[in-house]
Design a protein around this ligand. Structure first.
Ligand SMILES: [Zn+2]
Length: 197
């Protein structure tokens, strides 16, 4: 994962590049980006590469805007996850409220808020992971960081790695976090994106 900033004649934007596509860009060169996805996090709109993203060299832009380094940049922690807890909750599609409990073994469940009876699979599963990451950087004074990862970011990661089944299984999600070293991009300990190192 690599965060870059691109400028054109209209402004600047952060682009998060994933996997092998990282090697297709160099600083100060001009490119045409095709099939990027738009993301929004904490009032910042940015772009991210997808499986169908294409990057090609192009003619330089004469009247591009000046890059301003005041844009919010996430903090990155590279390290192993020491402790992790994923919590699964469910949302009612009818009233979009969170359920305190769901009987997964029952065929039907009734939403306690809007009182609608529904098939159990009609409720939307949400995972939230709390992780303690030990930084690999020896110069990092704050060696352990407590980070929170919400469902959208877990979903992005699992989709990218064809592991959508983890989203339905908090224990398997926890186990997968303990197996690798990761790079976590975060704003104020809320993870914005993460990748296996
Ligand atoms: Zn409801």
């Amino acid at each position: 994962m690599l965060d870059i900033f691109v400028v054109d004649t209209t402004g600047q934007i952060r682009v998060t590049l994933w996997d092998t596509i990282i090697s297709s860009v160099l600083v100060d060169n001009t490119y045409t980006f095709k099939n990027l996805a738009v993301r929004n996090f904490k009032n910042e709109t940015y772009l991210t590469s997808t499986k169908s993203t294409k990057i090609t060299r192009s003619e330089s832009i004469d009247d591009a805007v000046q890059f301003e380094s005041t844009a919010a940049v996430p903090t990155t922690i590279v390290g192993a996850v020491a402790e992790v807890k994923s919590t699964q909750s469910f949302m009612c599609k009818s009233c979009t409220r969170k359920l305190p409990t769901l009987s997964k073994d029952e065929k039907y469940n009734r939403c306690p808020h809007c009182k609608m009876l529904q098939r159990t699979e009609n409720f939307v599963s949400y995972l939230t992971a709390t992780i303690n990451v030990t930084s690999e950087d020896e110069n990092d004074d704050n060696q352990t960081s407590k980070l929170t990862i919400f469902n959208t970011q877990l979903n992005n990661f699992c989709t990218l790695h064809d592991q959508e089944e983890l989203l339905q299984d908090p224990l398997k999600m926890d186990e997968s976090f303990l197996e690798d070293t990761f790079a976590f991009n975060h704003f104020d300990n809320i993870v914005d994106s993460f990748a296996i190192m």
